[in-house]
Design a protein around this ligand. Structure first.
Ligand SMILES: [Zn+2]
Length: 78
């Protein structure tokens, strides 16, 4: 497998992603706060928290905007 494909299919805490459909507030960028069986994301525009299962998250995700280079220590928890 190509390393870039693998990086894109991974879901990591601290990722900023863009969704296919914007949030009702108009924002389409989200920060991943928690990964696991369920993915918790926060709207970067209005701060709303949303929990999705992994499959739903991957369907909604359109692109990866940025990824934190550290393994999570610098990502603020809320
Ligand atoms: Zn929003």
């Amino acid at each position: 497998m190509n390393a870039a494909d693998e990086a894109v299919s991974a879901i990591l805490r601290g990722d900023v992603v863009r969704t296919r459909k914007p949030h009702p507030c108009g924002g389409d960028e989200w920060t991943v706060l928690r990964t696991g069986a369920d993915i918790r994301i926060r709207c970067n525009t209005c701060g709303r928290l949303v929990m999705l299962d992994r499959e739903s998250f991957l369907k909604r995700r359109k692109s990866l905007v940025s990824r934190s280079s550290s393994s999570g220590e610098s990502v603020p928890r809320s």
